[in-house]
Design a protein around this ligand. Structure first.
Ligand code: PLP
Length: 340
């Protein structure tokens, strides 16, 4: 038995999703001829109350497209030091868009409107031009932390007063929404662009969407082509996206319940010093002195429980739709076997 907690990207399509993919009507999406891609894009745009959306192969691409469209070379992007766009996108902010970053030192990936206000550079030829602010909700490296919506509204006001664009890396946005009860339309009204991943907790094999107004998406389509992300009969994977948005959003709450159970069990282990309080589906355990993340992960793997090293002292578990009660109890039996 293998309990794979390395990421919520390891999920396989459910039977209902596979059936929907099999039945998809397709065409050449570079000619905008794929009816299923068009349906997914309209569905997502409407869901967020915006004019348009664009289907892309990955969340890295949707983020990088948004950054490219919102900035000019030499501009500066404001984001948290833990953010995916800064840490995990291959240096794309610099190489794709020629921008520098101003890193916020937030709490679990969440900074404040005052932090942004203090980071906006004056219009002076010595300085880069601050042009874009990016928020990540939930924050991955922050252990699945959910942002406070009132803080986000205040950051929006700072962006407005300085004429800055505001991007949301919502790779796990729905994990936040099922907890807070905020609606996608409310999110849509706050940001200039929104990236969501279908391939994380929503369970699709591949795919992300970037959402915004028609002019933004028109420019995004050009950048997607230049980045090599124009796809042909992509309706087969877009069908998975439609299925996920219609059937696999509310169940994210089940992942969160399992994550809280896992948190409680980890706290009982002699090899765990603390667990970052669980807010969604990400569980980060800090190890006791002398046990390295790689040693812990190796021992767990030998017993059939997969996690990933996370920084110098921690390991990360992510719950998802392929983790059921049986795998959870197997995991709970296995955790105490770790020696150190
Ligand atoms: C996974 C993830 C992405 C996108 O990753 P891809 O693997 O490129 O789809 C973007 N932002 C965050 C916070 C993520 O966790």
């Amino acid at each position: 038995m293998i309990a794979d907690f390395r990421s919520d990207t390891v999920t396989k399509p459910t039977p209902g999703m596979l059936e929907a993919m099999h039945r998809a009507k397709v065409g050449d999406d570079v000619f905008e001829d794929d009816p299923t891609v068009n349906e997914l894009q309209s569905f997502a745009a409407e869901l967020f109350g915006r004019e348009a959306a664009l289907f892309c192969p990955s969340g890295t691409m949707t983020n990088q497209i948004a950054i490219k469209v919102h900035t000019q070379p030499g501009d500066e992007v404001v984001c948290d030091q833990l953010s995916h766009i800064y840490n995990y996108e291959g240096g794309g902010i610099a190489s794709n868009s020629g921008c520098s970053v101003r890193l916020m030192r937030g709490e679990r990936g969440r900074y404040t409107a005052a932090d942004v206000e203090a980071s906006v550079l004056p219009d002076d030829p010595h300085f880069p031009r601050t042009s874009l602010v990016s928020v990540e909700n939930t924050s991955n490296k922050g252990g699945g932390a959910i942002w406070n919506n009132a803080e986000i509204a205040q950051i929006r006001a700072v962006c407005d007063s300085h004429n800055l664009k505001f991007h949301l890396d919502g790779a796990r946005l729905f994990n936040a929404l099922v907890e807070t009860g905020q609606t996608p339309v409310e999110v849509g009204a706050t940001f200039d662009s929104i990236s969501i991943c279908l391939s994380k907790g929503l369970g699709c094999p591949v795919g992300s969407l970037v959402i915004g107004d028609a002019d933004f998406i028109h420019q995004a389509r050009r950048v997607r082509k230049a980045f090599g992300g124009g796809m042909r009969q992509a309706g087969y994977i877009a069908a998975a996206g439609l299925y996920a948005l219609n059937h696999q959003v509310q169940r994210l709450k089940d992942d969160h319940a399992l994550a809280r159970q896992l948190e409680a069990e980890l706290l009982k282990q002699h090899w765990v010093s603390q667990v970052i309080p669980v807010e969604t589906n990400i569980v980060v355990a800090e190890l006791i002195e002398g046990l390295t993340p790689s040693a812990a992960v190796e021992q767990l793997q030998a017993q059939g429980v997969l996690a990933v090293p996370f920084g110098s002292r921690q390991i990360r578990f992510v719950t998802h739709l392929d983790i059921d009660e049986e795998l959870i109890s197997f995991t709970f039996d296995t955790l105490p076997k770790l020696k150190c």
